[in-house]
Design a protein around this ligand. Structure first.
Ligand code: GTP
Length: 366
């Protein structure tokens, strides 16, 4: 059994997450969560509890039969956000055997079986996957002994003062006894409270250093990077369900309509029903199903979600255009601008690093 934590509001990916919870946002035209379920299934997981709070109905609609392939899905819906620790306790209450927990916003192919092997061999109460990053100062840093025993938890160490550059990768193997270490009725963070307290009280905590691919998709820049990594085959090929390679690094799903004068520079993924007009340039980008890019526009290093529309002579650079959103003629957006679902960037506007809210969302009220 695996608990996948999908209850966060994903504030750093706003305005996209006002309408779609982070785990259901697509990475190369497949909801991120489905990629994560495939990863879990490949390690033999056949039961997943989605630990949710924010926009729970969106998940239930996505899996109407409570199944994804071989995986049986259960839902644990919190009335109030319980934090990562509280959420684990709530979702896994009553578990009788070893179980997995993973954050619902990390794209990885780390080796779950290896994690389970170490956990078992060490008779650990919890075993944490670690990944190595260049700058650990924004993360939970986990120094370990030679045999993998966790020595400390250091949260967001000042730059240059981290004891190691191995950080908590957000994937854990837990014994049911860990649940009793999490208080009920209050919010609790597993990484900041439960694990450090378990260590203080002498619990057997182990960690496994993994050099597998690992990327937190929870900020717009990394959400864009994730698309390109997947396009480049980090999770294997094809990069999206049913995609066919029509030229080197040019992937197409279903039927698309590309004007012969359009230039496509790899890697590119075009979703079913996308329409690309004359003299358009598309480079290092993903277009969701039903997107339309009109003549002489350019889309570079960007992601258009399903049904997004780009007007003539517009320039979209390193940006994300939400579902059904519209960038009108002659507008230019860049430097990780994020356009919410259904939002409109007016003709001729120029925006850098902007957030464009979906209609009806009042940021001051959230
Ligand atoms: P930000 O608001 O941008 O920080 O994103 P987030 O809300 O997802 O928070 P964060 O990235 O710290 O959360 C890590 C993982 O835990 C994500 O997969 C979240 O969905 C999940 N998560 C965070 N808080 C809760 C919670 O209270 N309940 C549940 N069920 N999951 C949570």
């Amino acid at each position: 059994m695996a608990v996948v934590l999908v209850g966060g509001e994903g504030t750093r990916l706003r305005p996209l997450t006002y309408t779609t919870p982070k785990p259901l946002l697509p990475i190369c035209n497949r909801p991120f969560l489905e990629r994560q379920l495939l990863w879990l299934a490949s390690s033999g997981v056949d039961e997943v509890v989605l630990s949710m709070g924010y926009l729970p109905d969106a998940f239930k609609q996505r899996f109407p039969d409570d199944r994804f392939g071989e995986i049986q899905i259960r839902y644990a819906v919190e009335d109030e956000p319980l934090g990562t620790g509280g959420a684990i306790r709530f979702a896994a209450e009553g578990a009788t055997g070893t179980f997995l927990v993973c954050n619902g916003d990390v794209l990885t192919d780390l080796d779950i079986r290896e994690l389970l092997k170490v956990h078992e061999a060490a008779a650990a109460e919890a075993t944490i996957a670690l990944t190595q990053v260049e700058d650990p100062s924004a993360f939970g840093v986990v120094p370990t002994a030679e045999d993998g025993r966790v020595l400390a938890f250091v949260v967001k160490p000042p730059p240059g003062l981290a004891p190691t550059d191995w950080i908590n990768a957000g994937t854990y193997v837990l014994e049911p006894s860990m649940l009793e270490r999490i208080p009920t009725g209050v919010t609790a963070s597993v990484e900041r409270e439960t694990f450090p307290r378990t260590l203080e009280s002498g619990g057997a905590l182990y960690a496994v250093q993994s050099d597998a691919f690992w990327l937190d998709i929870g900020v717009p820049r990394q959400f864009l990077d994730a698309q390109e990594f997947v396009l480049d085959g980090v999770l294997g090929f094809p990069p999206a369900p049913g995609a066919r390679e029509q030229g080197e690094g040019i992937w197409v799903q279903g039927d698309v309509d590309v004007d012969p004068t359009a230039r496509l520079a790899p890697p590119v993924l075009l979703g079913d029903g996308s329409v690309i007009g004359a003299d358009v340039a598309v480079k290092r980008s993903v277009l969701g199903p039903g997107c339309r890019v009109r003549e002489a526009a350019s889309v570079v290093g960007s992601v258009l979600l399903d049904g997004a529309q780009v007007g003539a002579r517009s320039a979209i650079t390193d940006s994300i255009v939400g579902s059904g959103a519209e960038v009108q003629a002659g507008a230019s957006i860049g430097e990780v601008t994020v356009v919410g679902a259904g939002a409109v960037v007016e003709a001729g506007t120029a925006m850098l690093g902007a957030r464009v809210l979906p209609p009806g969302v009042d940021e001051a009220a959230t």
